[in-house]
Design a protein around this ligand. Structure first.
Ligand code: MRU
Length: 380
């Protein structure tokens, strides 16, 4: 049984509260776009695909409730305006991951189309939106499974000799908790493990928010995948070890620009530089919804900056030997008071450092001209 970050059934959405993981597994209901916006902003749900889907389903749930209470406008035009305003609001929650604005754009198009149907009503427009949002949830899991399969095949073919198994390093959390299920980069690790082609996974702690130690480690332990946690600063030492040859580093993405420049969790760029130095393959795993052809290069990507408190404080449980029923969370200060803080949530890895981009369509490598041609992925 894989973890489910998002539970949804017929207008009822609940998410696992990732702020409490790995200590407490608690689902919280999300019934409105307002609640969805806060859950995304406060990182109760995070990961590029997951935030897009939660945003879409939060609004779907709100529309379902409005219909159930007979509070939805009977006018198709009014409902369209309502939905579009809510979509703009949801997109304002976090700026870097393109999946959110991609989903909003696609849903807006569906709503605009549905208004054009003769005899369209508020209900018919809302139903069109809900159906499309539900389909996004299904498709994300299917795409992730393909990403996992293609990525695992590429690593086996390009980095392994006969009967050997891979050591793979990953960063941040890109698993079931960051998507509708299975995951992207962590999906590749899952796929390698499922065919007994994985010797060992390494996950970075991922300061300052610790998505690696809290979430990826939690998923790896849950799935009983052989894995070791390291702090971010240990990656160089790991790659330098002659007795442990890491075959590949696989990371996710929040936005891949048309030239292949990739925005992902802060620390990704450093790992890519290390990979180049040590001759380790560096792969980005992401669905097509993360590829943004309208953004020409990484220079155009807005990098979210988050509160200083995420760097100067750490939240966790008090190790007082209590039971799971009396888990006590605490926030502790770990920095000198008064110090300035810079807290970018993401960095940009230049395309030159990337060996392949794994999508649901396969693994794209650079062409004979040495460049990525990501536009080809969108042609049938
Ligand atoms: O700030 P976060 O936790 O939302 O950042 C998540 C990442 O950077 C992931 O690597 C990315 O969203 C891909 S998740 C499949």
């Amino acid at each position: 049984m894989t973890l489910q970050a998002i539970q949804y059934s017929e207008g009822n959405l609940a998410i696992i509260d990732q702020l409490q993981l790995p200590h407490v597994e608690k689902y919280i209901p999300i019934q409105t776009s307002e609640e969805g916006w806060h859950a995304i902003k406060e990182m109760r749900v995070r990961g590029a695909p997951a935030i897009a889907i939660v945003a879409a389903l939060a609004l779907a749930s709100e529309l379902s409730t409005l219909m159930d209470c007979n509070k939805l406008s009977p006018s198709a035009d009014d409902t369209r305006t309502f939905i579009i305003e809510k979509l703009h609001f949801l997109v304002s929650s976090r700026p870097t991951a393109v999946n959110l604005s991609d989903a909003a754009g696609k849903l807006q198009t569906i709503v605009e189309e549905s208004v054009k149907f003769p005899q369209s009503t508020g209900r018919s427009v809302a139903f069109a939106f809900i159906k499309a949002a539900e389909a996004m949830l299904e498709k994300d899991v299917e795409d992730n499974k393909k990403i996992g399969k293609y990525g695992a095949m590429w690593i086996s073919e390009n980095t392994l000799s006969n009967n050997s198994r891979a050591r793979v390093l990953t960063h941040c959390n890109t698993g079931s908790l960051a998507t509708s299920g299975f995951g992207t980069a962590l999906g590749v690790i899952r796929a390698l493990a499922s065919t007994d082609s994985l010797l060992h996974a390494y996950c970075t702690e991922t300061r300052p928010y610790n998505q690696g130690s809290r979430l990826t480690a939690f998923e790896l332990v849950h799935d009983r995948i052989p894995a070791t946690l390291i702090t971010d600063s240990m990656a160089g030492a790991l790659l330098a070890r002659a007795d442990i040859r890491v075959n590949a580093i696989v990371v996710g993405a929040d936005r891949v620009a048309a030239n292949g420049d990739t925005a992902n969790k802060i620390g990704t760029y450093g790992l890519a530089v290390l990979a180049k130095h040590h001759g380790v393959k560096f792969l980005v795993a992401a669905p097509l919804t993360t590829i943004d052809l309208a953004t020409k290069s990484g220079d155009e990507i807005t990098i979210e900056e988050r509160p200083a408190s995420e760097v100067t404080m750490v939240r966790g449980i008090c190790e007082h030997g209590g039971t799971s029923e009396d888990v006590r969370m605490a926030t502790v200060s770990i920095a000198a008071k008064g110090i300035n803080v810079w807290n970018p949530a993401f960095d940009v890895t230049p395309w030159t450092l990337i060996d392949g981009i794994i999508t649901e369509r396969g693994v794209m490598e650079k062409g004979s001209d040495g460049l990525f041609h990501l536009d080809k992925l969108f042609k049938d």
